[in-house]
Design a protein around this ligand. Structure first.
Ligand code: GDP
Length: 197
């Protein structure tokens, strides 16, 4: 897919205030600092569409972007901050649950996983929650340039094996690096294919 345009539209706490659900939508989520903003910027071919490395936990909003005037890209607030209060966490959970379960045009959630790490409980729990809600998702292993290929593939395998404990079928996954610009074409090809349906 060639990216011809990428525009920021709006940021919301409330899923009901999101743009009219008349276009296919793809959401990105993961632990804070997983590389979500960098990935979104790489996909959209823009340096500053999503903000990179802002103060962790500050951007607790559902951010909508319009790509090629054809589909919505959604930057969801990351999970897993050590420093947020119980009540902040609860409001995040409520906002995300509402958005994920009620947004009618949501085609797929890309869950970002740091490829340098062994399987993290918080990621597995979030994915299992998606399963309970029957939300379609795929995995994106980020920052692949930071390790050797062997280490990255070991971590990917370990993560998928961990999922096998609870999942019969494994989701598709992508290995990405915003430094080496890898994984971009594959993710955009999937989106293009889904948009054509
Ligand atoms: P976010 O908090 O999930 O939006 O993460 P950011 O996109 O702000 O990235 C967090 C940090 O990881 C920043 O310092 C990025 O430059 C770095 N980073 C993100 N993606 C990559 C990557 O693919 N390779 C490398 N080497 N660093 C990355």
């Amino acid at each position: 897919m060639v990216i011809k345009s990428a525009e920021y539209l709006i940021s919301n706490v409330d899923w009901e205030k999101c743009p009219v659900a008349d276009k296919p939508e793809y959401a990105f989520i993961g632990r804070s600092n997983v590389g979500k903003s960098s990935l979104i910027n790489m996909l959209a071919n823009q340096q500053k569409l999503a903000k990179t490395s802002g103060t962790p936990g500050k951007t607790q909003l559902i951010n909508h972007f319009l790509i090629n005037k054809e589909w919505y890209l959604v930057d969801l607030p990351g999970y897993g901050f050590a420093k947020v209060s119980q009540s902040q966490r609860r409001s995040w959970e409520q906002m995300i649950e509402n958005y994920l379960r009620k947004r009618a045009n949501l085609v797929n959630v890309f869950v970002l996983i740091d490829s340098r790490l062994t399987p993290q409980k918080i990621d597995i729990e979030f994915i299992n929650q998606l399963g309970e809600w029957q939300i379609p998702f795929q995995l994106v292993f980020t920052k692949a340039d930071k390790n050797t290929q062997l280490e990255t593939s070991r971590n990917v395998k370990a993560f998928l094996n961990k999922l096998r404990e609870t999942w019969q079928f494994l989701p598709a996954n992508y290995v990405t690096s915003t430094v080496k610009k890898t994984g971009r074409d594959q993710i955009l090809a999937f989106i293009e294919e889904m948009n054509a349906r």
